[in-house]
Design a protein around this ligand. Structure first.
Ligand code: 5GP
Ligand code: MN
Length: 335
């Protein structure tokens, strides 16, 4: 993989580009993809954003989101767009299998493949150009860097600023995580100069749910949250019945894993959701507990040092037991 800076001169020749991100895109995946979409469009590129799956309704406010194609409902169109594309930009993931059923299509695509991502352990061999930096707060910040470093800071408008800001506040837990460097705050100061309304973005992301989600959170915190104080760990599980009863949709479970971190001394939170196809895990830690390695070792996943995810084909009960054994094995890291 050649450095991202080597594509900067190529941006002067507009071409056809496809942008994609990980399955079930979150605000950073969608925000970074749409920021890049607006930027490349301004440079004269013909750009399409393709999501591997559906996404949460509460991302639909993002400028450009209505133009995003869901691969699962548009397989033929996706194939055509990938055939015609000269560039494929892969954002907020670093190995094709994170795009689920879209993965084989991305591997086969015969075009210049560019990686922009901040997760651990990238599959560099699959990309022609790119940047992988696990120290970055968000992929959205990396799109900002690309725009500025390629000499195009003057093209940042309110649309681009909103998309980048959404990605950054989402992935930094509203500027609370360790990845929130001085340059993140400097970037936000520059973005504010476009005049974009940051309160509106916050509101759209965090105060934009239906009543059922709030009731669901109440239920989960009361009935589905267990504290394993011996291991400074909290465990949340959500059953299929819970998902049906509270009419839970894509994105409604996001953020819940962060809540038990508010309890004194809790170092690790594991949350598992019993989805149809798999048991989906989310992990969050504070300090020196490595969630990326934990997810890789026990749950077929990965991600960041303090936030990762994984999955299991075991039953809900079995995967919970496996988690409990895993934290026992990691007891010394959890003290
Ligand atoms: P979340 O818990 O919000 O779904 O994910 C936390 C972080 O871990 C995100 O950066 C996400 O991209 C990553 N992640 C979630 N699930 C997986 C997985 O199954 N495999 C890998 N490699 N990363 C994951
Ligand atoms: Mn991200």
């Amino acid at each position: 993989m050649k450095p991202i800076s080597e594509i900067y001169p190529l941006l002067k020749q507009p071409a056809k580009a496809v942008i994609t991100m990980h399955q079930k895109p979150d605000a950073d995946a969608m925000g970074s993809a749409l920021a890049l979409f607006h930027f490349l469009t301004k440079l004269g590129f013909e750009v399409t954003v393709i999501s591997p799956t559906n996404w949460a309704n509460w991302l639909n406010w993002m400028p450009g989101c209505k133009l995003v194609i869901n691969f699962e409902n548009n397989r033929q169109k996706t194939a055509e767009l990938l055939d015609q594309a000269q560039y494929l930009f892969c954002l907020d993931f670093n190995i094709f299998h994170r795009t689920k059923n879209l993965a084989p299509k991305l591997s086969e695509a015969d075009c210049v493949k560019v990686l922009i991502d901040h997760h651990e352990e990238p599959d560099m061999a699959s990309f022609d150009y790119g940047i992988s930096n696990a120290a970055k707060s968000s992929t959205a910040e990396m799109i900002y860097d690309l725009i500025v470093e390629s000499g195009n800071a003057h093209l940042i408008d309110t649309n681009i600023a909103e998309c980048i800001y959404a990605g950054v506040i989402s992935d930094t837990g509203s500027f609370r995580f360790a990845s929130t460097t001085a340059s993140v705050h400097e970037m936000v100061a520059k973005l504010k100069q476009t005049g974009f309304n940051h309160s509106k973005v916050y509101n759209n992301l965090f105060d934009n749910f239906m009543e059922n989600r709030l009731r669901f959170i109440g239920h989960v915190l009361t009935n589905r949250l267990e504290f394993l104080y011996e291991y400074n760990t909290a465990l949340v599980h959500v059953s299929k019945h819970d998902l049906v009863k509270y009419e839970i949709k894509t994105g409604d479970t996001e953020g819940i894993v962060n809540i038990p971190q508010a309890v004194q001394d809790i170092k690790l939170v594991g949350m598992v959701v019993d989805r149809d196809e798999e048991r989906k895990w989310s992990f969050r830690s504070k300090g020196d507990f490595d969630c990326n390695t934990f997810a890789r070792k026990y749950f077929n996943g990965g991600g960041h040092f303090n936030a990762s995810g994984g999955n299991s084909k075991d039953s809900l009960q079995d995967t919970i037991e496996k988690f409990k054994l895993a934290i026992k094995e990691n007891e010394h890291f959890l003290q």
